[in-house]
Design a binder for this molecule. Structure first.
Ligand SMILES: Cc1cc2nc3c(=O)[nH]c(=O)nc-3n(C[C@H](O)[C@H](O)[C@H](O)COP(=O)(O)O)c2cc1C
Length: 444
């Protein structure tokens, strides 16, 4: 059931020179945007002035010469977000970090530090990494099998959250007169021994004013959805159509409900790639022109990415989409499976499949009113709790902020002012009590 007092949530996915192959050529996008801290600061400040909930930095530790421009040459998310933390004061700061190639102790420290530097505005997008090649950057010949990745992610996150509770919120009296810096009874070891990790703890950093960083997730396969439903507080999703978004939303919220979680405590944000113009026809013409400029070879590379950068140029373009089921199992599984399913059900050729998935013909092209109407329809129709806006082209971002956001505000769908200082506050998420303080209170 849809809660009628809900407010729309907006994130800004700061994507530098962009993820479509030719986006970087748009006038107004600096060629070095993905490695230019001034570009990020300027866009984060604009998102904050427009009262967005958060900015989000995607990441992936593997590239090829044909990888999309934004991924080819870019800043590392946590370093970047630390810089944004001191250049902004209200907006949330979320970034991706993989559970497949790191140690939980490091990750717990890094995000806890970002959470303190930003005064309670940090969020972690927990991913397992879809690309096989990443393993070879971390001393492994092969990536972990898909199911093992998610088992490892679950244990990883459990350890990180345990470490984040190492200190109760009043652990540091810092009483100079009595010489008491720490109340030792409020420091807790984790003593974790599991299938993948062995971590003694405690972590050497206190909690922030939002308790713990917000946990985001973006899995799409059945395993990914189950993980998101169990642990996520925010979810980034693909949204091809209203129906696709609604199916995902109902499925994940239903799974969360079945696990005894409050579904309102998971904020689901499909990606939003708007094209805004003075008339619907002009926006649609611009969308078609952008697609028309794409080069088929690049489109084929883009199609190959969810299949571990499989080389689709080896097949006959006008034959039915090839049989690549085996490649979907250990890559971006959910996305790859969706492409295979739709290509089969719509009887698409390889050429048609490439254009269908590598180009974005989304229902968010039109005048500001058309785009605002569609956003509201998805939100009120129970297909999402908000959107994660792709930010690369300054013209599109500025039109969204100046024209679409005020419409949503006038309609009472989106906030005029921030009511909170933390990311949890913006997203309407509960404060997570420290587990040891909570156990103590329960025992009393
Ligand atoms: C909006 C959005 C953002 C994502 N960001 C990242 C990211 O930054 N890094 C990453 O490795 N995967 C990212 N993903 C991919 C997912 O985390 C996940 O790996 C992918 O959907 C495959 O999951 P599956 O194996 O459960 O299907 C993103 C997905 C979506 C929809």
């Amino acid at each position: 059931m849809v809660n009628t007092n809900r407010q729309l949530h907006l994130g800004a996915m700061l994507s530098g020179v962009g993820i479509a192959p030719n986006e970087w050529q748009s006038p107004g996008i600096p060629g070095d945007a993905s490695v230019n801290i001034d570009w990020y600061i300027e866009n984060a400040r604009q998102a904050e002035a427009a009262k967005f909930d958060h900015v989000f930095i995607v990441d992936s530790p593997y590239i090829t010469p044909d990888t999309a421009p934004h991924y080819l040459n870019r800043l590392e998310p946590l370093t970047l977000l630390s810089a944004l933390a001191v250049a902004t004061s209200k907006i949330g700061l979320a970034g991706t970090l993989t559970t497949s190639f790191w140690e939980p102790y490091n990750v717990a420290r890094q995000f806890a530090s970002l959470d303190l530097i930003s005064k309670g505005r940090a969020g972690w997008n927990v991913v397992t990494t879809g690309l096989e090649g990443a393993a070879r950057n971390y001393g492994r010949d092969e990536h972990f099998p898909h199911q093992e990745r998610y088992r490892r992610a679950a244990e990883f996150l459990n350890v990180v959250k345990g470490l984040w509770d190492s200190y109760e919120d009043d652990a540091f009296p810092r009483d100079k007169a009595r010489g008491i810096f720490l109340d030792k009874s409020k420091q807790h070891k984790l003593s974790h021994r599991g299938e993948f990790f062995s971590v003694a703890g405690p972590l050497n950093i206190q909690r922030s004013r939002q308790g713990q960083p917000v946990i985001f997730q973006a899995g799409e396969s059945s395993e990914g959805r189950a993980f998101g439903a169990a642990v996520a507080e925010g979810i980034y999703s693909h949204a091809e159509s209203f129906e696709h978004a609604k199916e995902y939303y109902d499925d994940v919220k239903g799974r969360a409900n079945a696990l005894g979680r409050n579904p309102d405590h998971i904020v689901i944000l499909p990606g939003l790639f708007p094209i805004i113009d003075d008339t619907d026809e002009a926006a649609e013409a611009r969308q078609e022109a952008q697609i028309g400029k794409l080069d088929l070879q690049k489109v084929l590379v883009q199609l190959g990415r969810p299949f571990n950068y499989h080389d689709f140029s080896q097949y006959e373009l006008d034959a039915p989409f090839p049989s690549v089921e085996h490649l979907s199992l250990n890559s971006y599984k959910g996305n790859a499976e969706r492409i295979i399913r739709i290509a089969a059900s719509e009887k698409l050729t390889l050429r048609e499949t490439a254009w269908r998935f590598a180009t974005r013909r989304l229902p968010f092209a039109g005048t500001a009113v058309t785009v605002a109407d569609e956003i509201q329809r998805w939100f009120e129709g129970g297909a999402c709790d908000g959107f994660s806006l792709h930010v690369s082209n300054p013209v599109e971002f500025s039109r969204f902020i100046k024209e679409v956001v005020p419409i949503l505000q006038d309609r009472g769908v989106f906030r005029h002012e921030y009511e909170h200082d933390t990311l949890r506050g913006h997203l309407g998420l509960p404060f997570p009590a420290n587990r040891y303080s909570a156990a103590q209170i329960a025992a009393e």
